[in-house]
Design a protein around this ligand. Structure first.
Ligand code: SF4
Ligand code: SF4
Length: 326
């Protein structure tokens, strides 16, 4: 066992619910990083790129293009499901009809255990802090000088106990820690977690609380309060605010000026504008959900540059896409 592993203890037995771990990320904090995606999110952004991580429970995904029901008459998942949630759909594009309301209450995911072609797959797994640390200590050999771990989601702070234990274990063995957060958590939780974070991206999706609520399900008041509290604390880390650019929602001069005004008041200087993309489209289908943004185009470069110019004009260091300097 590596000497860099944290000492074993009760905190290392804490279980987290994750839906992915990705190595070799170079856009989610300094250097080369390992991304850990935690399940569960208090927001419901209509453009979400990771809808499979919205709920904290492990779930099933149905990948239509891999399903061989039509080709070979396979009905293995139908037979395995104890809740009769799946039926054959002889007409239409999709071979199986799934009653997702039944799947929502299912804990055993029997259907995913019998599919031979990974058309019905489990999404999410449980992991202990000790297991995660073994993965990170393995990956650290590929990070080079300034890499580390980035916790993303979902909203990683939803699993506060696991996240705090993992962050502390990372700090014990000198692993650089980063987080991608919505900031929509009780202020106490937010500030406590941030004490163990070296770098943070915090989303500010709209400055108007009513518009924010209309598209994300929650007001921005708590988010702005938390960001201000962090900025006014003695936190030694680096905070970059950011937002996806969503057409007909937050892509206005008025919103950019309000962001700049907010940042000036609390002494923050860095903002990252992310172009909208439709990469989440297929995942919404796999979750059995309709994607409200399936007909929206990727944000044109000229819109990105126009919004960037507004923020730059207000003295904010504004970066587009993956251009945030680390
Ligand atoms: S997740 Fe559960 S309820 Fe849904 S199809 Fe699979 S076994 Fe049936
Ligand atoms: S078991 Fe897999 S391949 Fe067979 S019908 Fe179900 S999803 Fe399709």
């Amino acid at each position: 066992m590596s000497q860099l592993l944290s000492p074993m203890g009760p905190k290392n037995d804490i279980v987290g619910h994750i839906f992915d771990i990705q190595a070799y990320s170079v856009h989610d904090g300094p250097g080369c990083r390992t991304l850990v995606f935690l399940r569960g999110c208090p927001l419901r952004c209509e453009w979400c790129a990771n809808p499979e991580g919205l709920e904290i429970r492990n779930r099933n995904l149905y990948r239509v293009t891999k399903c061989i029901n039509r080709k070979y008459g396979c009905e293995r998942c139908i037979e395995a499901c104890p809740h009769q949630a799946i039926t054959v759909c002889p007409d239409g594009e999709i071979p199986l009809n799934i009653d997702w309301s039944k799947c929502q209450k299912c804990t055993t995911l029997e259907c995913t255990k019998v599919c031979l072609v990974e058309a019905m797959i489990p999404c999410g797994r449980d992991i202990t802090v000790a297991e995660l640390m073994r993965i990170l200590n393995r990956d650290r050999h590929f990070w080079a000088g300034n890499g580390g771990v980035t916790f993303s989601g979902g909203e990683p702070m939803v699993q506060k106990e696991f996240l705090l234990a993992a962050l502390k274990a990372c700090q014990e063995v000198y692993i650089h820690t980063a987080i991608e957060t919505s900031g929509h958590l009780p202020t106490e939780t937010y500030l406590e977690v941030m004490k163990h974070v070296d770098f943070a991206f915090n989303d500010v999706k709209h400055m108007d609380p009513v518009k924010h609520k209309a598209k994300t399900g929650v007001s921005n008041e708590l988010i702005l309060k938390n960001i201000a509290a962090l900025a006014n604390s003695n936190w030694p880390g680096r905070l970059v605010l950011r937002s996806p650019v969503i057409e007909d929602f937050n892509d206005t001069e008025e919103n950019m000026l309000a962001i700049a005004d907010f940042m000036h008041k609390i002494g923050l200087t860095e903002f990252n504008l992310l172009p909208f993309h439709r990469l989440g489209d297929s995942k919404w289908k796999q979750c059995g959900m309709e994607y409200p943004y399936s007909f929206y185009e990727a944000t044109p470069p000229e819109i990105m540059e126009k919004l960037q110019k507004i923020l730059l004009g207000q003295g904010i260091n504004c970066y587009i896409g993956s251009e945030t300097p680390f």
